[in-house]
Design a protein. Structure first.
Length: 172
């Protein structure tokens, strides 16, 4: 348990010690930040000096390497785009869903093997589809009384004959 100060001098001493510890902490943080900045600037200065000391031939070589790296990155990006678009076109032609454009087998297939792999994927996809009709193809017909038409049972036939005979009796 911390003992509370009993007089003003103890209070001032406690406050001063808290302030001093916080000031030291902030100074240490500031010194570390400044050391990091100095190091980064020293690295930049050294790089600039190294470039200044390079011959024109070395500078040209370095620029050519950087340009080559940029072109290689762009070429790789364009090739992947081309492969993806041709893959999507082939999927559409085969009648497969577009989500197969993310299938690793198709993405990693060489250009010559793409058709073979696409055929395998299509066979697997068609094998996973349900076979036959999913809905009944029988058309239901209803007569005017709201009951299903078609074959009548004996009871219905008897009722119809009785109704016809009563009709004939009353009409005569």
């Amino acid at each position: 348990m911390v003992e509370l100060p009993k007089n003003e001098e103890e209070l001032k001493a406690l406050i001063d010690s808290a302030v001093n510890s916080k000031v030291e902490e902030l100074n240490a943080k500031h010194n570390n930040d400044m050391a990091g900045l100095r190091k980064s600037y020293e690295d930049k200065i050294k790089k600039t000096q190294d470039q200044a000391n390079m011959s024109a031939e070395e500078k040209a070589k370095q620029l050519a390497e950087e340009e080559k790296a940029k072109l290689n990155d762009e070429l790789a990006e364009l090739r992947s785009f081309k492969k993806k678009t041709t893959l999507e076109a082939k999927l559409e032609k085969e009648g497969l869903p577009k989500y197969f454009s993310n299938d690793n087998r198709l993405l990693s297939a060489e250009d010559g093997d793409l058709d073979k792999v696409l055929k395998v994927v299509k066979e697997e996809y068609n094998g996973s589809l349900p076979k036959g009709n999913q809905h009944s193809t029988i058309v239901q017909t209803y007569n005017g009384q709201g009951t299903q038409g078609g074959a009548k049972d004996q009871k219905e036939v008897a009722y119809e004959k009785a109704g016809e005979s009563l009709k004939d009796l009353f009409n005569d």
